[in-house]
Ligand binder design. Structure first.
Ligand SMILES: Nc1ncnc2c1ncn2[C@@H]1O[C@H](COP(=O)(O)OP(=O)(O)OP(=O)(O)O)[C@@H](O)[C@H]1O
Ligand SMILES: O=P(O)(O)OC[C@H]1O[C@H](OP(=O)(O)OP(=O)(O)O)[C@H](O)[C@@H]1O
Ligand SMILES: [Mg+2]
Length: 282
């Protein structure tokens, strides 16, 4: 039975469970459940702290897990990113009070508060900066006001927590993170059950990111229309009862839907319909 680790709480927990449900797996109903067996899919889910998931997967007792890229890298565990999942996006950034530190070199000799000491130490080493890393469990934005650090390094989503603490971001992002599916490093060939999981998750991502577009277009314009909607492999072109016209069907990236519809209409396509995709296997 395949063993998969999922975040039991925090920002990644709900979207991870929702994505697995969408992928056809059973998920726990009660947030206190620690283990759930899904006999239909021959999978056992372990609900663990997101920060611990890379350790479990790295040790090889769990076959795959969902965690944040930042947590994976911070852990230094023997696990690798297998697939990015498109949710839980954030950046990992330095911040300080205005007019104190404004670039990475300026961190030298200062104290940096963070819940991600592994990530911060390796970034500072890479940049040849020597500083003291102060490890805190959370709410690190308060560390400057409370006098235990000069700089913080933390997850930033909207930036409002930093602003509220009177801190300003400086330097390039240390990392761009999102939720990822991880596997033990050096496991070699991907197990068939992990392949199935990966394909199902990819199906959910594609269903979220694409729509199905149908339209009718005069035969003389099919080539130009298909340039606007090439689809993934190729658009489907079917004859209509009126032999001067064809019907075209293609997948289109969701965020381009309206621009593509406008361009098709301008070209002379009509009866342009958009349908959401519920699931797919590419
Ligand atoms: N706004 C956010 N705040 C914190 N972490 C976020 C945010 N958005 C995405 N994440 C990601 O969530 C993971 C952090 O997991 P963690 O368990 O610390 O969650 P959390 O949302 O901070 O929950 P909590 O602090 O309540 O336990 C990281 O991979 C981080 O990049
Ligand atoms: O950029 P923002 O949209 O403000 O979000 C980022 C903040 O949210 C998280 O804190 P969380 O609420 O998880 O508390 P924690 O620091 O105790 O983990 C994170 O650690 C930042 O503090
Ligand atoms: Mg947190």
């Amino acid at each position: 039975m395949l063993r998969i680790a999922l975040p039991n709480k925090g920002s990644l927990s709900e979207p991870a469970a929702a994505m697995l449900r969408e992928s056809g797996y059973h998920q726990r109903r009660d947030s206190r459940e620690l283990v759930l067996v899904d006999p239909d899919n021959d999978v056992e889910f372990f609900y663990l702290r997101p920060r611990d998931i890379a350790e479990y997967v790295g040790s090889g007792t769990i076959d795959a897990g969902i965690t944040g890229r930042d947590l994976l890298l911070d852990s230094g565990a023997e696990a690798v990113e297998h697939m990015s999942l498109g949710f839980g996006g954030s950046t990992f950034r330095f911040a300080a009070r205005r007019d104190t530190v404004s670039d990475v070199a300026g961190i030298a000799g200062r104290r940096v508060a963070t819940s991600y000491p592994g990530l911060v130490r390796s970034y500072l080493t890479e940049h040849g900066v020597q500083a003291t890393v102060v490890r805190l469990d959370g709410a690190v934005e308060s560390a400057v006001q409370l006098g235990v650090a000069d700089v913080v390094a933390d997850v930033v989503e909207t930036g409002s927590t930093l602003r509220a603490a009177g801190l300003e971001i400086f330097g390039e992002p240390i990392l761009r993170s999102e939720a990822v599916l991880i596997r033990p490093a050096g496991r070699g060939e991907v197990e068939a059950a992990v392949e199935v999981l990966t394909r199902r998750l990819q199906g959910v991502l594609v269903a979220q990111r694409y729509v199905l577009l149908d339209y009718d277009v005069p035969n003389t314009l099919v080539e130009r229309a298909v340039e606007l909607t090439p689809g993934l492999e190729s658009a489907t072109v079917s004859p209509l009862h009126n032999s001067q016209w064809s019907a075209v069907r293609a997948m289109v990236p969701q965020h381009q839907t309206n621009q593509v519809m406008d361009a098709l209409y301008d070209l002379g396509a009509r009866a342009i319909l958009v349908t959401p995709i519920h699931a797919c296997r590419l």
